[in-house]
Design a protein around this ligand. Structure first.
Ligand code: HEC
Length: 112
């Protein structure tokens, strides 16, 4: 019963789809890019730095970098060029192509 309720809850509250994004691939890219040097990310080992906000629950956050409503498109805009959205941010633009950014975004929205 509890499991059924849990499943129903997940179904109603599924993360948004990121077109062309594969969350498992995004998780691998996040690890390879060393995003955890600046971000605490659930499910990853140490080291986890604190220069950036924890990404725990990112998918539930209302805003990306406190500036843009948290939609897949806006998340992609931020990831392509963080400083274009948050001009004084310490976050560097990840050296990734559009397909890789979409995988990354697909993983980030699963962080509930
Ligand atoms: C040098 C440190 C640094 C690195 C490396 C870094 N970030 Fe960030 N990140 C930041 C900072 C600082 C912010 C806060 C931006 C702001 O609010 O102005 C941020 C913000 C974010 C946000 C928005 C969080 C929120 O709550 O709105 C996401 C998502 C994010 N980073 C993902 C990543 C990913 C994915 C990577 C790896 C490709 C990465 N970051 C690498 C420093 C970093």
């Amino acid at each position: 019963m509890a499991a059924a309720l849990l499943l129903m809850a997940c179904g109603e509250d599924a993360p948004p789809r990121v077109a062309g994004g594969d969350a498992a691939e995004g998780r691998r890219i996040l690890a390879a890019q060393g995003c955890t040097a600046c971000h605490v990310v659930p499910g990853f080992g140490l080291p986890q730095g604190h220069a950036g906000p924890s990404l725990n629950g990112f998918g539930r956050r209302g805003y990306v970098a406190g500036v843009l409503p948290n939609t897949p498109d806006n998340l992609l805009r931020f990831l392509r060029d963080p400083a274009a959205i948050a001009p004084r941010t310490a976050m560097p633009a990840p050296p990734l192509d559009e397909a890789e950014l979409r995988h990354l975004a697909a993983f980030l929205v699963t962080l509930r």
